[in-house]
Design a protein. Structure first.
Length: 820
């Protein structure tokens, strides 16, 4: 019995292997089918007499037959009734027998059509597509008996409308011609056809060649013309471009009476330049006729008063228009103020090329019938202090041949709730490191230069720095090392105070020498401190700082108040005190520090300079050619800033890169912007309107960015005040601003941010219910973060920088356990 079972198993295995080989042969289509192994559907292989009582029948699978699809290309006219025909046959021994009742898919123009083959193996598809060229793919997916196959067929549908795009000059002889034919391609003669251009329909009669003509007399512009064939119902479109015979005309922005002119370029009807041709200009209701030069250009001088104008040029029935903006050389704004609040009316003066005039230009103001002549300062601004009684006035500003009128509104002194006793003083401090850290292969000496002993130790590399301070009147030179400049003041052992706008300087042993507004500078072991003292001139004041690279090793700090640069400090690293580095290198390489201290770095390092790196950037120091001293400059340095008022403190750590940051934009004129809104009154929409003096008034990007961030801070305070009004009314409370509120808006190379110095925004809340007061303070403080984010969204889109708020900073600090 076992022998019989084994025999059956062997036969089954043999048949299975034959079937497998056959299947592989067909699948790969690289081997030929063995014709000797022909097995019909009804052939069976049975076990012979050695198998007892077994009636099982085992059969081999049927081999699939190869197929082929034949689909000739189609060329036809639009909807002439032609069809795409495809024939499916087998491909067995080169005898192509049709395959009927098979599903065939025709894909054309992105659409699948499913058809069933007839007795001839054919499928047909009517072609009702728009004229053009298509590629049809015919697919047979196969079945139990046949392998899949596919083919491609090109379908060309010729149009019964033939026209071309045209480009023509205004009113020249170029016209639109279009040819019409029937479904057999024969011209349609004496037939009424329809053309549509610019929304207007035209009826035309075709000639003996089936061609219709439409004259194009449209104004310059781009048009689409559509033709309709009444015999075939086809419609086709072409582009019509009408060019003006006047070109190179552009909007013009110019300063009053500068040399800029408005110009146009004239063309003949064939497109060539039209020399010595007359063109008429209309501006401000006055017509001027000019003649083009030998190159086809015509010019018109613009000597109009400042303002906006439309100019129209006319030539051979062609008209073009442009905008003209004449900008004044004096820029002013209306002023709204409280009685004797210290406000001044200011005008910014430029040349007729738009450049600041600088100091020394006379400007005349006429107010209330009295004339005052003032001189521009170094910021090109002339100011007139306003000490008139409450009321409305018209002030006229005169400079050379131009004059501009503005309105001044003076409110009574008690029109806004302001505490007369408010302390408006503020201080801004920058702490600049006196040294950078350098990593050495080994640090052994323990002295004032040592930061970290041992392998890969760290030593201080003190900077030799010069400080150039401008107080708005004069430059002063200070340094932290002995220089050859006899005018330079050494600050290592003293405090130096430079008053703003005064030609004097004070020195002393303590900070008590600071009296009034000015800059105090002094040095400690680790930092040099630069402190700016001033008092807010207005109920709502702007104070800002920009820091930007100047030279390879310098950064300039500009102090800006209400749109004017009041003072500046340039700090410059001239070199380094290399004692700590040299001493440790000598020790590490077995040299006597006392005798080899001044040797070059090849000797001190045994010609291994690369391990000496700036710690903050891990970059190797750069030496001069003789390898005698370090000349590489710093590319990453942390500075600390502190802004203080009577009840506000804002501390920031900023990174300066001396212009090496990958996002640094030299055109912006800053690496860092900090702009503080110093607020001593409730904010109103009028306040924002008055303080948003146009950014055109400001001449540099840095001033515009400072003003922009100030307005963002001001808007933050305004929205906070609106919330305070809303919840005070709901809770039956009253509030007023009795202390200074400060909002900081800043930009650096990586991000922009808005920070509120004190969440109570200087508000005093009055009410009988202490719980409601607590609730008011909680809600208004909680909403500040939302306000900051709302204000920053449009700014972030403009600057494309990361945005942070006070809330973000607090949360980051909490997560890092920096808030105790």
């Amino acid at each position: 019995m076992i022998r019989k079972i084994n025999l059956i198993s062997f036969i089954f295995l043999f048949i299975f292997l034959i079937g497998t080989v056959s299947a592989t042969t067909i699948e790969n289509e690289t081997q030929t089918i063995n014709n000797d192994l022909e097995i019909s559907d009804d052939e069976n292989i049975q076990a012979i007499d050695n198998i007892e009582t077994s009636n099982e029948i085992l059969s081999t699978p049927k081999a699939k037959t190869l197929t082929i699809i034949n689909s000739p290309p189609v060329e036809m006219y639009y909807k002439d009734g032609s069809k795409l025909i495809a024939t499916l046959t087998d491909n067995n021994n080169y005898m192509h027998h049709p395959i009927s009742n098979a599903k065939v898919i025709i894909n054309i123009n992105g659409v699948n059509y499913t058809k069933i083959t007839d007795s001839r193996g054919q499928v047909m598809l009517s072609l009702n597509l728009e004229s053009g060229e298509y590629m049809a793919k015919i697919i047979f997916e196969g079945c139990d008996f046949y392998h899949p196959s596919s083919s491609n067929s090109k379908v060309t549908i010729k149009p019964t409308i033939n026209g071309n795009d045209i480009v023509k000059y205004h009113k020249n002889d170029t016209q639109y011609y279009v040819e019409f034919s029937d479904k057999k391609g024969n011209p349609i003669i004496n037939c009424e056809i329809t053309l549509n251009i610019n929304g207007v329909f035209y009826k035309k009669i075709t000639n003996m060649a089936g061609i219709a003509k439409l004259n194009i007399n449209l104004d310059p512009g781009n048009y689409i013309i559509t033709s309709y064939n009444p015999k075939t119902n086809e419609q086709r479109s072409n582009n019509i471009t009408v060019l003006a015979t006047i070109s190179c005309n552009y909007d013009l922005v110019k300063y009053y009476k500068n040399k800029k002119t408005y110009s146009v370029y004239l063309h003949n009807l064939d497109g060539s330049y039209a020399k010595y041709s007359k063109v008429t200009f209309n501006i401000n209701g006055v017509f001027y006729t000019k003649t083009s030069d030998n190159t086809g250009y015509a010019f018109l001088n613009i000597n109009l008063n400042p303002g906006h104008y439309i100019i129209t040029a006319m030539y051979n029935s062609c008209f073009v228009s442009n905008k003209i903006l004449v900008k004044p050389t004096i820029q002013t704004n209306d002023l709204e103020m409280n009685f004797k609040d210290g406000s001044a009316f200011k005008t910014f003066v430029t040349t007729n090329e738009g450049k600041p005039v600088g100091a020394g230009e006379n400007v005349t103001f006429n107010i209330n019938g009295v004339f005052y002549t003032k001189t521009t300062n170094s910021n090109s601004i002339a100011s007139l202090n306003i000490n008139l009684n409450p009321g409305e006035y018209i002030i006229t500003t005169h400079y050379k041949n131009i004059q501009i009128g503005n309105k001044i509104i003076i409110h009574p002194a008690n029109s806004t709730v302001i505490s007369e006793n408010l302390n408006r003083d503020f201080t801004y401090e920058i702490a600049i490191p006196n040294y950078v850290n350098v990593t050495l292969p080994k640090v052994e000496a323990k002295n004032n230069y040592t930061v970290k002993l041992g392998e890969k130790g760290i030593v201080k590399l003190p900077k030799k720095q010069i400080f150039e301070i401008n107080n708005g009147l004069k430059n002063y030179i200070l340094s932290n090392y002995e220089t050859n400049d006899k005018t330079s003041i050494l600050i290592n052992d003293k405090y130096v105070f430079i008053p703003l706008g005064e030609n004097k300087i004070k020195t002393g042993k303590t900070a008590r020498i600071q009296k009034g507004n000015g800059i105090l500078i002094y040095s400690s072991e680790n930092y040099t401190y630069i402190q700016y003292y001033n008092s807010a001139e207005r109920d709502i004041s702007q104070f800002g700082v920009t820091i930007d690279k100047e030279g390879k090793m310098g950064e300039r700090i500009n102090y800006i108040e209400n749109g004017e640069i009041r003072a500046s400090v340039l700090f410059n690293t001239i070199g380094f005190d290399e004692y700590g580095i040299r001493y440790n290198l000598a020790l590490a390489n077995g040299l006597d520090p006392e005798t080899e201290l001044n040797s070059n770095y090849i000797i001190l390092t045994n010609n291994k300079i690369s391990p000496i790196k700036f710690t903050s950037t891990n970059k190797t120091i750069t030496l001069n050619t003789a390898r005698e001293k370090i000349i590489g400059y710093i590319t990453n340095e942390k500075i600390n800033t502190i802004f203080k008022t009577n009840n506000n403190l804002v501390e920031k750590t900023e990174t300066i890169t001396y212009g090496t940051h990958p996002k640094y934009n030299a055109n912006n004129n800053f690496e860092i912007v900090q702009s503080y809104a110093i607020i001593n009154s409730k904010i109103t929409p009028t306040d924002i309107e008055n303080l948003a003096f146009g950014l055109d008034y400001l001449t540099s990007y840095k001033l515009k960015y400072v003003q922009g961030m100030f307005l963002s801070g001001l808007n933050t305070a305004y929205l906070s005040d609106l919330n305070a009004d809303k919840y005070a009314e709901k809770l039956s409370l009253n509030w007023q601003r009795t202390k200074t509120a400060v909002v900081l808006g800043g930009i650096d190379n990586d991000k922009l941010y808005i920070h509120i110095a004190n969440p109570n925004m200087g508000m005093s809340v009055i009410g009988k219910n202490a719980t409601k007061i607590t609730e008011f303070n909680f809600i208004t403080s909680l909403l500040l973060s939302k306000i900051e984010q709302q204000v920053m969204i449009p700014i972030g889109i403009i600057y494309s920088n990361e945005m942070t708020s006070s809330f973000d900073e607090v949360m980051d600090a909490l997560l890092k356990s920096e808030v105790k």
